[in-house]
Design a protein around this ligand. Structure first.
Ligand code: SAM
Length: 281
């Protein structure tokens, strides 16, 4: 039995079959954020810094596990490659990404449904590949990384992004303290497959790691209602029926158990920049 919901293919539809959970989760986290660079901008910055001045214009850029296309959009607006492809397994998220992409003159953008363990791209075809917050959904992240290495051009760059195993652990304590899941602090991290501590090592099996950067992001939820918006999207807790996916009911349960309070928590975001093993010396 698979106990980590992020690694259970049967739960993929529940997590990403509709846009609601991801949009609510991102919204609650972004409203709570008090420090840390916006991730799409940091990805763009990594690519421009490592490509260096005078680099030829970017051809194909691929955003793997693109979700609702937030990073894809930043890549289009700020890098202006000739072609951009967002790849994801979830049709509902791809539809949202298409709608949010807008029109970038000169940047041909396509969103394609595919599994990142088997990319529908020719070997050596991509100038840059980005994979943000998605490799921890893979039971075989080495396989997904090998696919990224295969499609990357010899002078191409990959930016891979994940978070630390102990991300948002103060929220686990809150859930346990409220008696909503007494074992909340004991559940396996959602990010075990590809996290801040192992992503560079996994990448090193097929690409040359140029840089690994860790940045702490801090979040303050201004009260229990705000915390409930995030907690209702977290599949790792074993909550009473009717609480998961229902921020109103979860907020009520928190208020019944705890005094009103703000909650500060953190997550380390890790950026691994890598190039093809046959790249420049
Ligand atoms: C947390 S979201 C991240 C979305 C986006 N990269 C971002 O940073 O906002 C994870 C995404 O990975 C996608 N995903 C999970 N497993 C996948 C697979 N095997 N192939 C392609 N996409 C996958 C999910 O559908 C989801 O859109």
């Amino acid at each position: 039995m698979i106990t980590n919901p992020f690694l259970d293919p049967k739960q993929h539809r529940d997590l990403y079959g509709r846009t609601t959970r991801l949009a609510r989760r991102t919204g609650a986290l972004m409203r709570a954020k008090i420090s840390g660079r916006p991730v799409p901008e940091a990805i763009v910055r990594s690519l421009t810094d490592h490509r260096g001045e005078g680099a030829p214009p970017l051809g194909l850029v691929v955003d793997i596990g693109c979700g609702r296309g937030t990073t894809t959009r930043a890549l289009a607006e700020q890098l202006r490659p000739t072609r951009l492809i967002g790849i994801d397994l979830a049709p509902a998220l791809l539809a949202d990404a298409r709608e949010r992409a807008g029109r970038q003159r000169g940047v041909r953008t396509d969103f394609v449904q595919a599994d990142f363990h088997q990319l529908p791209l020719a070997s050596g075809s991509a100038g840059s590949v980005v994979a943000a917050f998605c490799l921890y959904h893979s039971p075989r992240p080495e396989r997904a990384l090998a696919e990224i290495a295969r499609v990357l051009a010899v002078d191409g760059l990959a930016v891979l992004v994940t978070k630390s195993l102990d991300s948002y652990r103060e929220m686990d304590a809150l859930v346990a303290g409220a008696g909503l899941d007494l074992r909340a602090e004991e559940h396996e991290s959602l990010y075990t497959a590809a996290h801040s501590g192992n992503l560079a090592g996994l990448t090193d099996t097929c690409l040359e790691v140029i840089k690994t950067e860790h940045e702490e992001h801090r979040f303050t939820f201004d009260g229990l209602d705000h915390a409930a918006e995030y907690l209702a999207t977290n599949p790792k807790y074993h909550l009473a029926p009717g609480l998961y996916g229902n921020p109103g009911a979860l907020a009520k349960a928190l208020h019944e158990a705890l005094p009103e309070q703000s909650i500060t928590t953190s997550s380390v975001i890790t950026y691994v920049v890598a190039r093809h093993r046959g790249g420049r010396p």
